[in-house]
Design a protein around this ligand. Structure first.
Ligand SMILES: [Zn+2]
Length: 240
């Protein structure tokens, strides 16, 4: 009687393990979901930073152009001032020296003009980089939102499945002895959600270690629960 009883208890325990394995896998999967969202969010934030850097480059180029324009203005005023002084000069020598100075000042102004053109080029390039980066970010935002929605949907599915499995679990529990349940649950917790394993080809399918023949005999006597000497999981012999 006790023999038959333990055998059927183990069979029920195997059914419970099937449910618990699904619960374990789903719980693990659910645990990983927020990390996935976090990774997506970080990638997105990184692209935002890129855009901000491009926008700063654009503003810097504009400021540079403005500074150079002010510089040009000062230089042009300088040329004008020198030109008015030109007519106050008395000697040829002074006159040609001043002409030289004016030409130098004009050359400086022309250099500044070139640099303003460079600044304008830089602004144009920056502007198109910003536009491009904005487009990329927009696309990325679409991808991010779609992925996030998919993940949230999956979490909902998992929760539904877990609720169903919880009901199945509750239905099985009353059929198993409380002492056996508590031993099973202790192992479940310490052994990655796997507490009862089959012996296949004289091997524990939990840890793949050989199960000695005398242990296999003991399992088949169904006098008490036999655990693997290596991984400590409950052992059972499946039907052929
Ligand atoms: Zn084992």
């Amino acid at each position: 009687m006790a023999q038959l009883n333990l055998k059927s208890q183990l069979e029920t325990l195997v059914r419970l393990q099937e449910v618990d394995s699904q619960i374990y896998d789903l719980t693990e999967e659910k645990r990983a979901q927020p990390l996935e969202i976090e990774a997506l969010k970080n990638a997105f934030e990184e692209k935002k930073k890129n855009l901000a850097a491009q926008e700063k480059g654009y503003l810097d180029a504009q400021k540079e152009k403005k500074d150079r324009e002010l510089e040009l203005q000062t230089q042009e005023e300088n040329v004008k001032k020198l030109q008015t002084q030109l007519y106050q000069l008395k000697t040829n020598k002074e006159y040609s020296a001043m002409l030289g100075q004016i030409n130098d000042a004009k050359a400086d102004a022309s250099t500044i003009e070139d640099r303003i053109l460079e600044s304008m080029d830089k602004i144009e390039r920056s502007r198109s980089s910003v536009e491009e980066e904005k487009k990329k970010l927009q696309a990325e935002e679409g991808v991010f939102n779609a992925q996030k929605q998919k993940i949230e949907q999956r979490i909902k599915e998992i929760d539904d499945q877990l609720a169903r499995l919880g009901v199945q679990r509750k239905e099985i529990l009353p059929d198993i002895d409380k002492t056996i349940i508590s031993q099973y649950e202790r192992i479940l917790k310490n052994r990655e959600g796997l507490a009862i394993v089959a012996v296949k080809n004289n091997t524990c399918s939990g840890c793949n270690m050989l199960v000695p023949p005398q242990v296999i005999n003991m399992i088949q006597m169904y006098e008490r629960i036999i655990t693997c000497e290596v991984c400590n999981r409950i052992l059972f012999i499946p039907h052929e």
